[in-house]
Design a protein around this ligand. Structure first.
Ligand SMILES: Nc1ncnc2c1ncn2[C@@H]1O[C@H](COP(=O)(O)OP(=O)(O)OP(=O)(O)O)[C@@H](O)[C@H]1O
Ligand SMILES: [Mg+2]
Length: 1044
């Protein structure tokens, strides 16, 4: 096996091909190349016949498709069939027009080269049908989008319109193309149709006014009459019966059973809409069609003096109305001729014949130019839309040529001459591109080759088109020559000039046998496809294709926009003679050849099996004739002797290099060596290929297919490699972009940061400088030099102050102010203190306030006086030292309305013996009582209170001095209380006698009776002791200050 890993696939393909081949063998061979006896014409025709009988109408000669017209609908054009052929190798499946289409399409896509499909064959052989099938295949199978869907529709719908206006029933073909058509289909890089363009060639205008027996005018006339509704016909002043119109009955067969004009009318109407014709345009178009019919019915009479006049005024006015021109101007122009002689304009009447031919010329010109307008209009609708136009430079093109086929009629005229000349040219192209160039190629490439003889029709082409010597030149010359010229003089001139040419005969030059079948007005050309006698009558007129100037002038003024577009004013003004019809045709064919030569051609050779348009009939003589003149046998011989495939080394290497490790990814040596290495690796056998000087030639298609299959199988691998590289590249590029962006941002940011820092530094330096200067001048008056410093000092002091303000009134600290703020600082300190005090005061509760007031009073009394005072400062004064329950109810009742404000347990010492007795001292608002359990022992009115005495030591002795003269008051009370400071303070405050408190340092005297005094002596000692002294006084030992 040749390709590693591909055994199974290859086997499958081979098997498919071979089994298909055997199946087809039963009905001949699908490719004539496979014929054993390829030199025998009989075998060739037999193969065609066998296949035709089985409805196998397509057969290949290599890559050329031979198609035989079946004259019946075959079930081989369905969508499924299209799918079958899509993307499948040419030879893997039975021959088909779709295979050619698909192959062309794929070649266009893979090789990115413009392609063209040339369809040839004689009239009725099936060219137009084939071109429609190809178009349909592209429309259905190519990728599409919305725009392309419309475009595809328009491409397809252009056919019925062009056929209606450009095709006619002839003896050979019920739908014979009477114009040539070359269509470009443009594809974008994804392979979707993106536009189209049609070139049309020489419409057989003479058919508008004359048809041979058994033939018809262009379809549109009959379609309009048969299919148009009554209203439409009324507006056009038409009758339904075609027999009423002279232009429609020249061939005596306006109705044909095989053609449904009514249905076709509907199709055409719809197609016009799809293509984008507006209702107004359609109306204008039909006006023109109807005007031609009315013109045809415009008849002339001849007056007694030979003058011509119009006998059918209604027809004329109908025609004028529909043409949008002035009736009388038209009438004048149809019967008179305007001449310019020596700069002077002259009007001369036309004779009867001249008037008839002027009318016919007008009908032909109107129809012919309208047809051109129609093509122009269709082209506009197929033109790329602006938004996708930008990609049109990437467009690839497939051209489709469907031109009138070679035809031999009983009476052949100028039109047949042109048609057959065109076919000669196409045959030339075929020879050029297949037979001659192929053989020349083998020669230049140095490939051993046995030359195949073929008939080169260049000699006939030269006979017709050669400059000065060719038939067309002679015809032109005869048209332009002054003096008496005519068709016969043209024939004579031909005899003089090309009389000796082997392919040219006239009655005069012919031998006796030929003379019998030729009239004197004919010349015969021995075309590649057969002999044709052309009658020279009308050649000069048709070549001149002249329309009287005054008729042109009338048409220029038409209100019908189509006609005013077709008949330009410049044409009337321009005195230059337009190019002759035949030369025009010749030049357009030259251009066509150039277009075709620039593309890669594919061929469809159509064969007509019988002249009766009947299915199933295979007329061998007719077919043999076509096989012969189409050069199919030569084509086959060249194919057999030659190679199925050739490719320039670089192209071959470029395409298949991935299949060989030596050539992949690049071959750097000589191209021939690379190709050699590649084919050796692929295992080509010597008989399968040859290497020329610059090309490789592969003999059998199967060799190529195997290679192509191997490439197909390799593609995923290549795709992965490409993807890898592409992704790598993309990521790298992306990374570089990001990196660059980061660097830009970084540098921007760093720059900004640097600038900011520098600015900051500058400002800082400036500040420091100001600061130092300010410091130096700090003792100066406030000025520019020190303002900053001084402000700073102030500000920082204030800031510092703010953070270090004393938090309580007791905290007397205060930051030291700078010299300039001493005064302000003092103010602030005062303010702050007041503020704190206010705040403090606001916070103080009533009980606390009472407490404070008492403490203040205590301080006033005892501070620095009594030893136990400092210790008492920290202890809170209680509201009372006796709970209510501790006081006897009876006592309380006795007190009545006087409320006990304070109660404390005390020891009362008798004044005489100092016997201690436990008592309760209760203070009310106006007096104090000493209570012994339930009994009030002594009442001490505050008003009578003469003094309150305490010692300076840490004892609890207190003496309340009461007047001794008052008997009610039992005299001074000597008490000891553990809460002496609290008691004394409260008592003094309640009695409002704080200044009555005395703190005596040594002793306290008290009255025992009116005449007797007692003494309490206080001495310092380590602990408190109250005892009766030897002198009958009370001795109190107490520490001087309390140990905290
Ligand atoms: N593939 C086909 N299948 C069925 N019928 C076909 C096929 N090809 C041709 N025909 C029949 O043959 C007739 C003539 O074919 P077509 O119009 O394509 O001929 P042509 O080669 O274009 O002739 P001309 O040169 O006169 O235009 C068609 O109208 C159709 O009836
Ligand atoms: Mg045709």
């Amino acid at each position: 096996m040749r390709y590693q890993g591909r055994e199974v696939d290859e086997g499958r393909v081979r098997l498919m091909m071979e089994s298909a081949l055997t199946a087809r063998d039963r009905v001949g061979v699908q490719d004539f190349v496979l014929l054993e006896n390829y030199n025998s014409e009989a075998t060739f025709i037999e193969n065609l016949r066998r296949r035709f009988r089985e409805n196998l109408i397509y057969t290949y000669i290599g890559s050329v498709l031979v198609s035989v017209n079946p004259y019946k609908e075959l079930e081989i054009y369905s969508k499924q069939q299209m799918e079958r052929y899509r993307g499948v190798s040419f030879y893997e499946i039975s021959p088909h027009i779709y295979a050619i289409s698909d192959n062309t399409y794929r070649a266009m896509r893979t090789e990115r080269r413009d392609q063209c499909i040339l369809i040839s064959g004689e009239s009725g052989a099936g060219k137009t049908e084939a071109s429609k099938k190809i178009l349909l295949y592209f429309a259905v199978t190519c990728p599409t989008n919305d725009h392309m869907l419309t475009l595809g529709d328009r491409l397809l719908q252009s056919n019925p319109v062009l056929e209606a206006f450009g095709n006619a029933k002839t003896l050979r073909n019920d739908n014979s193309s009477r114009f040539g058509k070359y269509m470009d289909i443009q594809f974008d890089f994804k392979g979707a149709t993106m536009g189209g363009h049609i070139l049309n060639y020489l419409l057989e205008k003479s058919r508008v006014v004359h048809q041979n027996h058994g033939e018809r005018n262009f379809h549109i006339f009959y379609q309009l009459l048969d299919g148009g509704d009554n209203d439409l016909l009324n507006t056009l002043n038409l009758e339904r019966n075609p027999h009423s119109y002279r232009y429609l009955v020249k061939g005596s067969c306006p109705r044909v059973s095989s053609i449904s004009d009514k249905n076709n009318w509907r199709v055409v109407r719809k197609a016009l809409d799809v293509i984008g014709f507006t209702a107004e345009e359609v109306q204008k178009l039909l006006n023109i069609i109807a005007s031609v019919l009315h013109l045809g019915n415009t008849l002339f009479g001849e007056g007694e003096e030979g003058e011509t006049y119009i006998t059918t005024e209604t027809q004329l006015s109908n025609a004028a109305k529909l043409l949008g021109v002035d009736g009388s101007a038209l009438k004048e122009a149809l019967t008179h001729k305007k001449l310019t002689a020596k700069g002077e304009e002259m009007i001369s009447p036309l004779n009867f014949e001249q008037a008839v031919s002027a009318r016919d010329a007008l009908a032909k010109a109107v129809y012919g130019r309208t047809f051109n307008w129609l093509v122009e209009k269709i082209n506009q609708s197929l033109t790329l839309k602006a938004e996708i136009h930008h990609s049109s430079k990437d467009a690839s093109i497939i051209g489709l040529l469907d031109i009138y086929g070679f035809e031999v009629l009983q009476h052949n005229s100028f039109e047949q001459f042109c048609i057959n000349y065109c076919n000669e040219k196409l045959q030339q192209l075929f020879i050029e591109l297949t037979l001659r160039s192929e053989q020349e190629e083998y020669e230049t490439e140095g490939i051993a080759w046995e030359t195949v003889q073929y008939f080169d029709n260049k000699i006939i082409c030269d006979l017709i088109e050669e400059k000065h010597k060719g038939i067309i030149s002679i015809l032109d010359e005869e048209c332009l020559r002054p003096g008496e010229t005519g068709d016969i003089s043209f024939l004579e001139k031909l005899e003089d000039t090309v009389g000796g040419h082997p392919h040219f005969i006239t009655h005069k030059l012919a031998n006796g046998k030929t003379r019998r079948v030729m009239s004197r007005e004919e010349f015969r050309l021995l075309h590649y496809a057969g002999e044709v006698n052309y009658n020279v009558n009308g050649f000069l007129d048709k070549n001149n294709d002249l329309l009287n100037r005054n008729l042109k002038e009338v048409m220029c003024q038409s209100e019908n926009q189509i006609l005013s577009h077709c008949f330009r004013r410049e044409e009337v003004i321009d005195q230059k003679r337009p190019e002759m019809a035949a030369s025009q045709f010749k030049n357009s064919l030259m251009k066509l050849m150039e277009i075709l030569m620039s593309k890669e051609p594919s061929y469809v050779r159509c064969i007509k099996p019988n002249d009766a348009k009947q299915p199933g009939r295979f007329d061998e003589v007719l077919v043999r004739h076509q096989v012969k003149y189409l050069g199919l046998m030569e084509n086959l011989r060249v194919r057999r002797a030659g190679f199925a495939y050739r490719r320039r080394f670089e192209a071959f290497l470029q395409r298949y290099k991935p299949l060989c490790p030596e050539t992949w990814p690049n071959w750097n040596g000589k191209l021939a060596d690379g190709v050699s290495a590649l084919v050796n690796h692929l295992g080509y056998k010597p008989e399968e290929y040859k290497l020329g000087r610059s090309k490789i030639f592969i003999r059998f298609p199967k060799t190529l297919f195997a290679t192509e299959d191997a490439l197909e199988a390799k593609k995923p691998e290549i795709a992965v490699t490409l993807q890898k590289s592409w992704r790598g590249y993309r990521e790298r590029a992306n990374y570089q972009r990001i990196r660059h962006a980061v660097i830009v941002i970084q540098s921007g940011w760093r720059g900004m940061k640097g600038r900011r820092r520098a600015k900051k530094r500058r400002e800082a330096a400036h500040l420091i400088r100001r600061f130092i200067k300010g410091f130096i001048n700090r003792h100066e008056e406030y000025c520019d030099d020190n303002d900053y410093f001084l402000d700073h000092v102030r500000c920082s002091f204030l800031k510092h102050l703010r953070k270090n303000l004393p938090r309580s009134v007791l905290d007397k600290s205060w930051p030291t102010p700078p010299a300039l703020l001493v005064e302000a600082s003092e103010h602030l300190q005062g303010l702050h203190m007041r503020n704190m005090v206010i705040k403090y005061c606001r916070r103080v509760q009533p009980e606390w306030k009472k407490q404070m007031m008492q403490k203040v009073v205590a301080s006033e009394i005892f501070k620095d006086q009594k030893g136990s005072y400092p210790q008492s400062v920290g202890r809170l004064f209680l509201d009372t030292r006796l709970e209510r329950e501790q006081i006897s109810l009876k006592v309380l009742q006795t007190l009545g309305s006087e409320k006990v404000q304070y109660g404390v347990s005390v020891i009362k010492y008798d004044r005489r013996g100092f016997k201690p007795r436990l008592r309760q001292l209760l203070l009310t608002n106006s007096f104090a009582v000493l209570v012994d359990r339930t009994k009030i022992k002594q009442r001490l009115d505050y008003a009578a209170l003469r003094g309150i005495f305490v010692s300076s030591l840490c004892d609890g002795m207190v003496v309340l001095r009461m007047p001794c003269e008052d008997n009610k008051q039992k005299g001074d009370a000597v008490l000891h209380c553990s809460h002496v400071i609290e008691l004394v303070t409260k008592l003094a405050m309640m009695a409002s006698k704080t200044n009555y408190v005395n703190v005596s340092p040594g002793s306290i005297r008290f009255t025992v009776s009116r005449t007797k005094e007692g003494i309490i002596d206080f001495i310092r000692g380590s602990e408190l002791k109250v005892a009766k002294g030897k002198r009958g006084h009370l001795l109190v030992t107490a520490p001087q200050s309390s140990a905290t």
